[in-house]
Design a protein around this ligand. Structure first.
Ligand SMILES: [Zn+2]
Length: 117
């Protein structure tokens, strides 16, 4: 854990959280359909609405991961794989501060071999 600067990671997480929240708020504004629609415009808008909803789903999910990571920081459990309980590689955490799993378990997850709680 000595390679990790927890304060710095916390700041990264908080900054990322802020960005996501702003994006999600921005999406809400841009899918406001209260103006009079013309049919072509409407089709375009429905399309981008779907794209944006998909994006917000990813973003909401990431927001949950970030909140969890912040909680783990508070509990001083940060940096431990949520599956095998080994320390997560500090380089990985510096790149993805909200990572829940070590690289091995992440690969298992991506192959569908690990069930998320
Ligand atoms: Zn693991």
């Amino acid at each position: 854990m000595s390679e990790l600067n927890l304060q710095e990671l916390k700041e990264k997480l908080l900054a990322e959280r802020e960005t996501l929240i702003n994006k999600l708020k921005g999406n809400d504004l841009s899918i406001d359909d209260s103006e009079t629609p013309d049919p072509v415009d409407l089709a375009v808008r429905n399309y981008s609405k779907n794209v944006m909803l998909a994006v917000s789903e990813n973003e909401s999910r990431q927001l949950v991961l970030i909140d969890e990571a912040l909680l783990r920081l508070e509990d001083e459990e940060y940096g431990t794989c949520q599956n095998c309980e080994k320390d997560i590689n500090p380089k990985r955490l510096n790149a993805i501060p909200w990572a829940r799993y070590c690289l091995d378990c992440q690969q298992l997850l991506e192959q569908g071999l690990l069930e998320e709680d």
